[in-house]
Design a protein. Sequence first.
Length: 142
Amino acid sequence: MLAALAPLGTEYTVPLSEGLRGRWCDRYETKGKRSGAFSSGSFHAPPYILMNYKSDVFSDVYTLAHEAGHSMHTWFAQRTQTFQDYDYPIFLAEVASTFNEELLTHYLLEKTDEPKMRAYIINRQIDDLRGTLFRQTMFCRI
């Protein structure tokens, strides 16, 4: 995933890598842990991703990339905005997360020639585009 995000530069990938290898992500399944995935943050604390990551579940890589987009958006906002201005609406929040997914898709398509894998990635991308274009535009109406 980090290799896919390399076009964003080291100013993006280095803190993300350090954060994910540090304490930014609770990725292990535990009893009582809620399902789904989300990134949370507050002004004086690092971002935090809560998800269940399994290395053999392909979609979990996309989920991590998506949540990492939210985390890095928060991380940069904390460093460049004042407290009263660092928060952002959900419509804006989805830009960074879906862009990370786009970069991951393009990276994976560049790295594989296997027809079934390419078909899977392209089909996933079509489903995501349809869902994102509809769902995310609905957020701006809220």
